[in-house]
Write a protein that binds this ligand. Structure first.
Ligand code: PLP
Length: 355
């Protein structure tokens, strides 16, 4: 992408890169950061100019609002390297729009487009040699913003910090996962913050997910908070069900995050002529389909893992094993997405953006 800089971005480069100290074959997700990070402060009612500086600790007052009231949201996106060593972003506009949508919900001021995109591109240009090349590997991009004002009165912060971090990551695959259908706990509620990428949504999920892990599951399939009859998300991913040959996923709502991977899977399925239905699906429909063997697949969809196949699910002390499907939709969708992301397949949708 041609960069038209309209913003002065102060760049303080590292004296020497840390890249040689990183074992790129053994990266664990999100633990290694590139040389630089971007910071942009909101003070006196406006966003200041972004600064790119060496990655490192920041100081924060123990009275900072975010530590008390959780005013924080984030995004997750990826950059991929192609055979010609060009770097590509995947649908970054979607992440930018969702970033600000999440911010609005948490009463955080929206980040201007130039700060987000010019900042991100300048940071990527500086650290692009950190982007791994192997198929499925990527540079994970973590933009986030939090309330930094000091003072523990319960009100929105008057100052904020917007930051972007970059992490080289391996293709994420931990084997097929077992999921437990939620009967008591909820991830989100009508009128709540489930549709925002609010930091606290994740904090609230850890305890019930730990309980599920103690019972031998990897993740929870979240159901609606009111009746627990409707299947909504899998862990921190959107969820798809394949019944016979039809792919089904719930419509987005206050309780369901509008995932970029989800909407890309729907578009790819439609392009390929696969039957796809965006509609509510109930636990009892799932159990019936598992019993009569029309349930072929369940998979999660999200940026981190791209597609996460499910091997079976639990509900009310019963475990339902899923069949091993040759040529699964999960595999097919993952390949279609990664091929476009790595610029190996023609991007007929105009989803990718060259850095
Ligand atoms: C981030 C997220 C997703 C996946 O969204 P993508 O844009 O595909 O990464 C799904 N559900 C929840 C709750 C999320 O936070």
């Amino acid at each position: 992408m041609q960069q038209h800089n309209t913003l002065p971005i102060e760049i303080k480069p590292v004296k020497s890169s840390n890249i040689d100290q990183v074992d790129f074959d053994n990266l664990s997700f999100g633990n290694v950061f590139t040389d630089h990070m971007l910071t942009c402060d909101y003070v006196d009612g406006k966003w200041q100019n972004p600064v790119i500086e060496p990655y490192g600790t920041i100081t924060i007052s123990p009275g900072a609002r975010v530590l008390h009231y959780g005013q924080a949201i984030f995004e997750g996106m990826k950059a991929y390297r192609d055979e010609q060593d060009d770097i590509w972003l995947f649908r970054p506009e979607e992440n930018f729009l969702r970033f600000n949508k999440s911010s609005v919900r948490l009463a955080i001021p929206e980040v201007p487009r130039e700060v987000f995109f010019e900042g991100l591109l300048a940071l990527l240009n500086l650290d692009k040699n950190w982007c791994p090349k192997d198929y499925g590997d990527s540079l994970y991009i973590r933009p986030f913003v939090f309330g930094s004002q000091v003072g523990v009165s319960a009100a929105p912060s008057s100052s904020y910090k917007f930051m972007i971090l970059l992490c080289p990551v391996k293709a994420y695959y931990k084997g097929d996962i077992k999921v437990l259908v939620a009967e008591h706990y909820s991830r989100a509620a009508n009128g709540g913050v489930g549709a925002a990428k609010a930091a606290g949504n994740y904090g609230a999920q850890f305890y019930p997910t730990n309980l599920a892990k103690e019972s031998g599951y990897d993740q929870i399939i979240w159901t609606d908070d009111c009746s627990h009859h409707y299947l909504e998300e899998a862990g921190t991913m959107n969820v798809f069900f394949r019944i016979n040959d039809t792919l089904i996923t719930a419509p987005t709502s206050d309780r369901i995050l509008d995932g970029v991977t989800r909407k890309s899977v729907i578009a790819l399925a439609q392009r390929d002529g696969l039957p796809v239905e965006v509609r509510k699906i109930t636990v009892s429909e799932l159990i019936d389909a598992a019993k009569n063997k029309s349930l072929k697949e369940i998979f999660g969809a999200g940026t981190a893992a791209v597609i996460s196949p499910v091997s079976g699910f639990g509900y009310k002390n019963e475990y339902y094993d899923l069949p091993k499907v040759e040529d699964s939709y999960a595999k097919r969708m993952k390949k279609s997405l990664l091929d476009i992301q790595h610029n190996k397949a023609e991007d007929t949708f105009g989803w990718t953006l060259k850095v």
